[in-house]
Design a protein around this ligand. Structure first.
Ligand SMILES: C[C@](O)(CO)[C@H](O)COP(=O)(O)OP(=O)(O)OC[C@H]1O[C@@H](n2ccc(N)nc2=O)[C@H](O)[C@@H]1O
Ligand SMILES: Nc1ncnc2c1ncn2[C@@H]1O[C@H](COP(=O)(O)OP(=O)(O)OP(=O)(O)O)[C@@H](O)[C@H]1O
Length: 314
């Protein structure tokens, strides 16, 4: 588990890359007394990445770059710093580290960017400090930081249950091409779940371990058309209630022949499944032209979870 530090000049640096995600299926049960909702979800990790770079520092410090860096808190509420602190406490380490986040995943977009940062920070600090935590120990720390963080470690395709943090790998064949229509204004995850509660009965009514059989079958067969038909997100009505303009984005992607289209996680990012890389470009151009997104990203999935990158970028 312990990874060597890469020496750049005299500076040791550990760079970890972690993916964003899309929930291909997201079935939400009724709110429980602890305030959380039981889920059955199928996660796919996609090629929109966060890089977290650990370098020597006094105490635990953080910087962020990327087009939406100004939206990210750099105080102790930042999930990457919370991850570093949790690992240091767990492993009894009192060394410092500076973490730099190179952000590409939309902030508060429903693609788990903050969770990817936390997963990447856990792995980066583990390698940087030579802590040597096991996968299980990292997973336990990850689950304590947020429901989506364990999937950031694992990546690929996985079924999430519990709060979304209990993961089972799922078989998936082939590569899927995505277009993500990003809005500048984020949606708070807690607010979307609260709206889900307010719209009581908005769930699929099919909550349970067998809810996504068609979806899992499509993934096993590598059948993008069947996958497009099986995409499902119980949080979508709540996200649409809070951000009605998303209906236009969904319709625009549908109009240009997306195989399937849905709100990603808690939104407001809209994910459209394309037939091919070229088709993804066509859908992206159409969404931009229709003015129904502030930024359009294209990506493929599934991709691996957080991993140390051998050669640091220049
Ligand atoms: C919408 C998803 O992205 C789908 O994967 C996740 O469920 C959200 O995961 P996350 O952002 O890591 O969420 P957390 O940081 O654990 O929780 C944020 C808030 O979302 C709500 N929450 C989250 C997960 C869950 N299973 N039920 C919930 O009700 C709770 O109000 C919680 O206070
Ligand atoms: N490292 C971080 N990156 C981004 N946001 C962070 C980070 N740490 C804390 N936050 C806070 O968390 C909020 C949600 O961030 P994030 O980008 O993870 O949302 P999300 O992608 O919608 O999450 P999810 O899909 O897991 O619900 C942000 O608005 C911000 O205030």
């Amino acid at each position: 588990m312990t990874q060597p530090r890469v020496e750049i000049g005299s500076q040791p640096e550990v760079r970890v890359r972690a993916p964003g995600k899309v929930n291909l299926g997201l079935r939400v049960g009724a709110r429980e007394p602890d305030g959380y909702h039981p889920l059955v979800t199928v996660f796919q990790a996609v090629s929109v990445y966060e890089d977290v770079v650990a370098t020597p520092g006094d105490g635990l410090t953080l910087s962020v770059s990327g087009p939406q860096a100004h939206l990210v808190p750099t105080d102790e509420t930042n999930l990457a710093l919370r991850a570093a602190r949790a690992l240091a406490e767990f492993a009894g380490i009192d060394d410092g580290v500076h973490l730099h986040i190179e952000k590409s995943v939309p902030v508060a977009g429903g693609m788990a960017g903050g969770s990817a940062d936390a997963a990447a920070a856990l792995l980066a600090c583990d390698a940087f400090w030579g802590a040597g935590l096991s996968r299980d120990q990292l997973h336990e720390l990850a689950a304590g930081l947020g429901s989506d963080v364990p999937f950031g470690l694992v990546g690929h395709t996985a079924i999430g249950s519990g709060r979304g943090d209990v993961l089972t790998p799922a078989l998936s064949r082939g590569e899927y091409h995505w277009v993500f229509a990003v809005r500048d204004v984020g949606l708070s995850t807690a607010r979307v779940y609260a709206e889900f509660d307010a719209l009581a009965g908005a769930g699929s009514g099919a909550f349970g371990p067998d809810s996504d059989l068609e979806l899992l079958q499509a993934l096993r067969a590598g059948d993008a058309t069947a996958l497009g038909r099986a995409l499902r997100n119980d949080l979508q009505p709540a996200a649409l209630e809070l951000a009605p303009e998303l209906a236009e984005t969904l319709a625009a992607a549908d109009d240009v022949g997306a195989l399937g289209v849905l709100v990603s996680g808690s939104g407001p990012t809209v994910a459209a499944l394309a037939r091919s890389r070229a088709h993804a470009q066509v859908i992206g151009a159409a969404l931009t032209a229709a003015g129904v997104a502030d930024t359009v990203l294209t990506a493929v999935g599934p991709v691996p979870g957080a991993r140390v990158i051998a050669s640091p970028s220049p």
